[in-house]
Design a protein around this ligand. Structure first.
Ligand SMILES: [Zn+2]
Length: 106
């Protein structure tokens, strides 16, 4: 397989998981390559081999929760509540506000 096709194939595989490759060449499946999660703007190193076992960045994979996902989750579970604080791990409290009466709590 020509090198160029190989790179394009790998690039497409990363894109399937919402990851954009930031490298301009593909050397081998065990070589970690820099990529960015387009949803979370998370830049990290990931080899093609490892890509097979994950579903995206550490936030996509559910290892950690991102502010964006936390806000989405709240929107679905508690539509009248908005997140005003910054989400900082599940063990920390986040400041939220009730959209109906404006009451804020943690
Ligand atoms: Zn992600």
């Amino acid at each position: 397989m020509p090198k160029k096709l190989e790179y394009e194939f790998v690039y497409a595989e990363y894109m399937k998981k919402g990851l954009k490759l930031l490298e301009d060449k593909y050397i081998g499946s065990q070589i970690p390559m820099k990529c960015i999660c387009e949803k979370h703007n998370e830049i990290f190193m990931l080899s093609y081999n490892h890509l097979q076992y994950i579903s995206g960045c550490r936030y996509c994979s559910g290892y950690e929760k991102h502010q964006i996902d936390y806000i989405d989750e709240i929107k679905i579970k508690q539509p009248h509540i908005e997140v005003v604080g910054k989400y900082n791990g599940c063990e920390n409290l986040v400041r939220v506000r009730c959209k109906i009466d404006g009451y804020e709590w943690m």
